[in-house]
Structure formats: structure tokens, C-alpha cells
Design a protein around this ligand. Sequence first.
Ligand SMILES: Nc1ncnc2c1ncn2[C@@H]1O[C@H](COP(=O)(O)OP(=O)(O)O)[C@@H](O)[C@H]1O
Ligand SMILES: [Mg+2]
Length: 343
Amino acid sequence: MKGIMQTSAGSIAEWQTADRPDPGPTVPDPGLAVCVRGLAKHYVHPWTLRVTRGLEALDLDVRRGEVMGLLGPNGAGKSTTLKLLTGLLKPTHGQAWLMGEPAESTASRRSLGFLPEQPYFYDYLNGLEYLELAAQLSGMQAGTARERARHWLGRVGLGERPRLGLRKYSKGMLQRLGLAAALVHDPELLILDEPMSGLDPFGRRDVRELITEQRERGVTVLFSSHILPDVEMLCDRVAIMIGGRLTRVATVGELVEDGAQAVEIRCAPGALLELPKHWVGLVSRTQRADESVFRLEDEAQLADVLGWLLQAGVQVRAVTPQRPTLETLFLAAAEAERERRSA
Ligand SMILES: Nc1ncnc2c1ncn2[C@@H]1O[C@H](COP(=O)(O)OP(=O)(O)O)[C@@H](O)[C@H]1O
Ligand SMILES: [Mg+2]
């Protein structure tokens, strides 16, 4: 203990806190729903001691009310990140906060709904019992838990057979039940690991609707996926992970604007003109029964190509800018990262 004889304010504060337990690092911004600083996870094999770097130096902010997609190929570190956030794994380095609370604290899980990549279900229970259990585990009284369980079972389309045993559930039904369990206590933050995996197009649409509905209620959603159209449709921002590292955080619009703008020119059939040699690689042609389609990889050539077609008397029907898809951009980002690593 020190400083009692000193009079400066700083010293007294120092003395007053000297014997208290270390409160740990403070959250950089308590207004964020998810705040991650320098988070890393190295898995060590118990026998060979081989180290796998599942996640490296992740810094990530998710704002309240935002829908953020974690996008990455298999092994990118998405599940590792989400398990670290939900306290299922301990980080090798770094720190994370959920709703201003340290991710390792139980307080951080009070307003959290989580769907793991492979949820575990007690298959001797039925759907209603399972949701009631989930509701009670989150601290609800029995009566309210039953009422919420009924509501959510119906909401995810499983309400017609509430007593059906979970062993008789299909993969898609289990995925819906897992989602209902994540939502049964009205969380403020929803973390979902591959929520659309194993679902048919109807199931995927239902999950998209549920996420949209939660967003409208002001819930923050962080979900991982490698299904690009779903990410494109739902997310305010996308975080791209590759090989355990975050490579980019941007809105879908920003990502798409980055790519060179391609253009398609559709013409009446029969325009069998020889393409000038200096356009090889820049302009390609597809000949179909009912039309000829010229594709320009970069819109910079548009005026030249159009002038050339009109001069040759070709009937131009439509000129359409081709927005690069998230898929092309994602594959390009993955390729660039692979090249960076092998350099
Ligand atoms: N329990 C574990 N033990 C050892 N390595 C693991 C473990 N879990 C994940 N990994 C490794 O960490 C990396 C990231 O995995 P993961 O987070 O599951 O990726 P994703 O969810 O993006 O597919 C992969 O190389 C994976 O093999
Ligand atoms: Mg995963």
C-alpha cells in the first residue's frame, strides 16, 4: 500500500485502488454490440503439439442494430471467432466484449441468442419441451417459458406437431428449432453460425425472413455463412475472413463498386463480324439462336465497341452494365490472399 502520506489527487486514487482486483481492460467503445481487439486462437494438438492458427489478431466492431455477415471459405476461422465471442473457447490472445460486457463473463450472455454450427439436441425431448428448457435456462418462469416456447415453435413453422420427438425431426426442422431456441428469450444480440446450412430454398427464405424481422426490431445480428446470395441480401456490412485473418470489412455496395464495371451489349442475331485484334481479352462474343451478345470486361471500351457495331449496321437491342457479384469479388479476394501467402 502506498501514497497515504502524499496529497496529490492522482496518488490518492492510486492508493485507493491498489488492493482491488484487476478489473481487466475496459471496453474501447461501450456503444458497440460486439467489440473485438487483437483476438487470436491457436489450437495445440495434445500429442504432437502441432499448432493450428485458427484465428490471428482480429479487430472487429459490430454496431448496435447492424446485421453483419462473416464470410469465408471452410477453415477461415468463422466458427472459431463465434465460439470465442460466446465463451465456448478461451482466446490465446486478445479480448472481446458483447454489449459492453467482457465476452468471458456470464453477464455478456444475458442478452445473447446463439445458434452453434452443430447444435446439440436432446432427442428424447419433443420440440415444445426443448424450447421450454431453453427458455427456463435463460431465467424465465415456468408459465412464461411455456407460453414463449409455444409462440416460437409456431413462429418457425413447427407448431402443428408440438409433441413430435426430436429424434423424428429432419435436419431442416432441427435447424429451425435451434433458431427458435436462440430467439426464445428475445435477445438483443443474435450470433448465428451458418444458419442456412442444410436448408432447402424454402428453409433459407424462412431464415432470411426471421433475420430481417429481428433487424426491424433493432436486434444486432452477426452470422457466418459461405452462401453468398444470402449474405448479399441480408447484411449491412460484410467481414471477409480467409485463413484465420480478416481481410476486409465493407458494405456489400462498397465491395461491388470496387470491381471493374463490365457491360453487356445485346444485338440482333447474325452479327458475325470479325472482332478487331486489339480487343482480344477485353471483348468477347456469345452467339445464340436469337441474339448476339458482346461482353466488355471494362466499360472504358463501351463507346468504341458501340461505334463499331453501329457503323457495321448491327441492330443494338440493349446495353446493360454488369454488376460484379459478391461471389466474383469473394473468389478474387481469396485468390489474392493465397498469392500473398505464397509470395
Ligand atoms: N478444435 C480444434 N482443434 C484444432 N484445430 C481446429 C479446431 N477447431 C478448428 N480448428 C482449425 O482452425 C481453423 C479454423 O477453423 P473454423 O473456425 O472451424 O473455420 P470455419 O468455421 O471458417 O470453417 C481450421 O484450420 C480448423 O481446422
Ligand atoms: Mg464453421
